[in-house]
Design a protein around this ligand. Structure first.
Ligand code: ADP
Ligand code: ZN
Length: 659
C-alpha cells in the first residue's frame, strides 16, 4: 500500500508525495524528506504507484494515528489552494488544531475544560414572541435546510432588529434534523454576549473554538466536533474549518467585518470558504449584517444569494437620530477639546437622566507623535518606519507595530529641549478630558492597552453592563455586537481618518463601523441619539448614514467601484514582497512587475512601498494587478508563480492576495 502526503513547504505549492506504507487519511506522520524528518499529512492511498524512483517508507505516526482532517476538509484544502493560489500545505497548517510539526505536542490527553463564566455578560433571555419578519426569515432558512443544496442566504437587518434570534432558531432546526451548525463571529473576544447566548441556549452541545485555548484544549474541542459530541461550534474565522461531518448550517454574523479576511502566507475570505463548504456538504450558509458587504449584497442583487430582511426593531423603538457635527463650525466658535458642544451636552443630559453613553475614538494612546519644538525631533521606532506614540499613564513612547517602547521623560531625547509637544490625541487623552468634563461620573476605557491582560476585556464590559460606570469609551472594540439597553448617546470623535484611509474599501468600512456605533444606542425603550464629528459633513458616507440609508449607500459605492473595476466588479490581486535588504526587495518586485505587465490582459501598478514601509526590520513592497475579472488573474498567476519565485530567489519572500 502507498500513501500520498502533503508537507508544509511553501514553494512546493500543490505537490503531493508518495511513500510506502499506510496511515489513516487525515492523520499526521513523520516522513524522511531530503535529509531530515518532516511532518506530513496523509491525503490519499493507492494500492499501486507508477512513480519509477525508489520509494521511501513512511516514518512513525504522530498522535497515535489520530485523524484531524475529514475527507471533506482534505478536498476543501485542495480547492482553496487552487482558488487562492496558495500552498496546500499552508492551508492544511491553518486547518490543523495541532502544530504541523514532526514532533508531537505533549499533554494533549490531560485536558481540563476551563469553566465558562459567561452568564454575567448575558443581558436578556429568549423573547416570548417572534416578530413576523423573524418568523418569515426562519421559515425560509428551514425550507433551505430541509431541501439541502441551497443558495447562500443573506439576512439584512437593521441594527437591533433581532438577527441573533433568527440564527438561534435556525440552529435549533438544523439540530432537530440531526445536523451540525457552525456559528462564526468576527472576533471571539469582542463578542462575549453572543457566545453567552449560544451557550445558554444549547448548553453542553456547544464547542467554542478560540485562540485563547491551549493546544491541548483546542485538540480536545476539535475531537469533540469530529466525534459529533459538539453539535454547535462557535468561533472566529478559523472555526470555518471545524471538522463537522454532518454540517447543515453555517452562520456568519456581521458578514461585512474585515476580521473575516485572513492575511499572511495564505489569504482567504471566510465568506468564500463558508460558501465552498456549504456547497460541498449540502448545507446552508446564513450571513447576517446591517451593512452587508458589497460582495454579499451584489450577489443578492444578481440572484446568486437569497435576501431575507428585518426592517424594524422588535420593541418598536425607532432607529437612533443621527447628527452630523460640523467641526469646522465648532472650531470657529472656539472648540477647545475633543468633544463638540452638541455631543458634550447630550452626554451631560443622558448621564443626569441615569443613562449611559458610548464614545468611539479609533486611536489608542495619549498622542500620535511627540514633536520637539526646539529642534524638530520626532522620536521614531528603530525597527519600523513610524513615529512612536505617547502613552501618558505609563509614561512611555510605544511603537504600535512591534511593541518597542522607550521612557518618555518630558524632554527631547536629542537636544534635551523642554518644549516637547504631543500631537494628535488618542483614547487616553479622551479619558483625561472626560474626567475633567464629568468629574461626578465613572467611565470604562476599552482598547488594546486596557484589554491586554487576560480576562480584562470581559471584566470591563461586565462593569459597564452592571452600570458600575457611565461612559464606555474606546477604539472600534466597543462598536461591535454589544447590547446595552441603557446606552442612549453614542459619539464618534473623529469620522474622517477612517473615511480617508488609502484603501478602496475605506469608505465602505467606515459606513459599516459608524452604523454599528450608531446601532449601540437606543436599544432599550428610550430613543438613541448619535453624534458624528467630522470636518467633511457633506461626504456621501455621512449624508446617507444620517438617513440610515444603506441601500442608498450601496448604490453610490457600487457605482464608484464599478467605474474603477474594483472588486466585486473586477479582478484585483496584490503581490506582497518582504525582505531585510530594501534594495533587493524593491528590485525583485520591479522584475516581477515587468514580467506581469508583459503578459497583457492585466494592468500592473507599482511596486510601491506599503505604509509603513518597514515593520520589525522587514521592508514591504507591493504590486497591484488589475484585470477584467478574477479568473483572468488566477490563470495568469497560476502560470507565472514558479517564475516569480525564481525572480525573488533569496531577495524576498512573496505571496499573493487574490480578492
Ligand atoms: P441585531 O443582531 O439584529 O443587532 P439583536 O439580535 O442583538 O439585534 O437583538 C436586539 C435586541 O432585541 C436583543 O435584546 C434581543 O433580545 C431583542 N429581541 C430580539 N427578538 C425579539 C422579539 N421578537 N421580541 C422582543 N425582543 C426581541
Ligand atoms: Zn516598531
Amino acid at each position: 500500500m502507498y500513501s500520498q502526503v502533503v508537507v508544509n513547504v511553501p514553494v512546493l505549492y500543490d505537490r503531493v508525495f508518495t511513500y510506502q506504507g499506510e496511515a489513516p487519511l487525515g492523520s499526521l506522520v513523520q516522513v524522511p524528506f531530503g535529509n531530515s524528518a518532516r511532518a506530513a499529512l496523509v491525503v490519499g492511498h493507492s494500492p499501486t504507484t507508477d512513480i519509477p524512483d525508489e520509494i521511501k517508507c513512511l516514518g512513525k505516526t504522530l498522535y497515535a494515528g489520530a485523524v484531524w482532517l475529514s475527507s471533506e476538509l482534505l478536498s476543501l484544502a485542495e480547492e482553496l489552494a487552487h482558488f487562492y493560489l496558495c500552498p496546500r500545505g499552508a492551508i492544511i497548517d491553518l486547518m490543523l488544531p495541532v502544530p504541523f510539526a514532526a514532533k508531537e505536542v505533549s499533554g494533549l490527553k490531560r485536558v481540563k475544560r476551563a469553566p465558562v463564566r459567561l452568564e454575567e455578560t448575558l443581558t436578556r433571555h429568549a423573547p416570548a414572541q417572534l416578530m413576523p419578519e423573524q418568523i418569515e426569515a426562519i421559515e425560509q432558512v428551514k425550507q433551505a435546510l430541509t431541501n439541502g443544496h441551497a443558495k447562500p442566504h443573506l439576512l439584512y437587518g437593521v441594527t437591533g432588529s433581532g438577527k441573533t434570534e433568527v440564527y438561534l432558531n435556525a440552529i435549533s432546526i438544523a439540530l432537530s434534523q440531526g445536523k451540525q451548525a457552525i456559528y462564526l463571529v468576527p472576533e471571539i473576544a469582542l463578542t462575549p454576549q453572543v457566545i453567552a447566548n449560544v451557550v445558554h441556549r444549547f448548553g453542553e452541545q456547544v464547542g467554542v473554538l478560540h485562540s485563547g485555548l491551549s493546544s491541548g484544549e483546542r485538540a480536545r474541542a476539535w475531537q469533540k466536533v469530529l466525534s459529533g459530541e459538539s453539535q454547535v461550534v462557535v468561533g472566529a474565522r478559523s472555526a470555518v474549518f471545524a471538522p463537522t461531518a454532518r454540517l447543515g448550517l453555517i452562520i456568519m454574523d456581521e458578514e461585512h467585518e474585515q476580521s473575516y479576511r485572513h492575511e499572511g502566507g495564505v489569504n482567504y475570505h471566510t465568506r468564500v470558504v463558508a460558501q465552498l463548504r456549504a456547497r460541498q456538504q449540502g448545507g446552508v450558509l446564513l450571513m447576517g449584517s446591517a451593512t452587508p458587504s458589497l460582495e454579499a449584497y451584489s450577489s443578492a442583487e444578481r440572484g446568486g444569494t437569497k435576501l431575507l430582511q428585518l426592517t424594524a426593531r422588535p420593541h418598536g423603538t425607532n432607529l437612533p437620530e443621527v447628527n452630523i457635527v460640523d467641526m469646522r463650525e465648532e472650531l470657529r466658535q472656539g472648540l477647545s477639546g475633543l468633544l463638540s458642544s452638541p455631543l458634550r451636552q447630550a452626554v451631560a443630559l443622558g448621564l443626569q437622566a441615569g443613562e449611559q453613553a458610548l464614545l468611539l475614538f479609533n486611536r489608542r494612546g495619549y498622542a500620535q507623535m511627540s514633536l520637539c519644538r526646539d529642534c524638530g525631533h520626532i522620536p521614531t521606532c528603530p525597527h519600523c518606519d513610524v513615529s512612536l506614540r505617547f502613552h501618558a499613564g505609563v509614561r512611555l513612547l510605544k511603537c504600535h507595530y512591534c511593541g518597542y517602547s522607550m521612557r518618555a521623560l518630558g524632554e527631547c531625547p536629542r537636544c534635551r529641549g523642554q518644549q516637547v509637544h504631543n500631537r494628535g490625541a488618542g483614547t487616553e487623552k479622551l479619558a483625561e478630558e472626560l474626567r475633567a468634563l464629568f468629574p461626578d461620573f465613572l467611565f470604562t476605557r476599552l482598547d488594546a492597552d486596557t484589554a491586554a491582560r487576560k480576562g480584562a476585556h470581559q471584566k470591563l464590559l461586565t462593569e459597564f453592563g452592571r452600570q458600575d460606570s457611565h461612559i464606555l469609551l474606546g477604539t472600534k472594540m466597543i462598536a461591535k455586537g454589544l447590547d446595552f439597553p441603557r446606552v442612549t448617546v453614542a459619539g464618534v470623535v473623529d469620522a474622517d481618518s477612517g473615511m480617508y484611509y488609502p484603501d478602496f474599501r475605506a469608505v465602505e468600512e467606515s459606513f459599516a463601523l459608524l452604523m454599528q456605533v450608531a446601532g449601540r444606542s437606543g436599544r432599550g425603550t428610550a430613543r438613541g441619539r448619535v453624534f458624528i464629528q467630522t470636518y467633511n459633513p457633506e461626504h456621501y458616507c455621512l449624508r446617507l448614514l444620517e438617513k440610515h440609508d444603506y441601500s442608498g449607500f450601496y448604490k453610490v459605492e457600487s457605482s464608484l467601484r464599478r467605474k474603477l473595476s474594483y472588486p466585486p466588479f473586477g479582478g484585483l490581486a496584490t503581490l506582497c514582497f518582504r525582505g531585510r535588504d530594501q534594495r533587493r526587495v524593491l528590485e525583485a518586485a520591479q522584475a516581477v512587475g515587468e514580467l506581469c505587465a508583459s503578459s497583457g490582459a492585466i494592468v500592473a501598478l507599482g511596486p510601491v512601498a506599503e505604509a509603513p514601509a518597514r515593520v520589525k526590520d522587514i521592508y514591504r513592497y507591493q504590486l497591484t494587478l488589475k484585470a477584467k475579472n478574477r479568473k483572468t488573474l488566477q490563470e495568469l498567476l497560476a502560470g507565472l508563480r514558479v517564475r516569480i519565485t525564481d525572480l525573488c530567489s533569496s531577495s524576498a519572500r512573496w505571496y499573493i492576495i487574490l480578492e
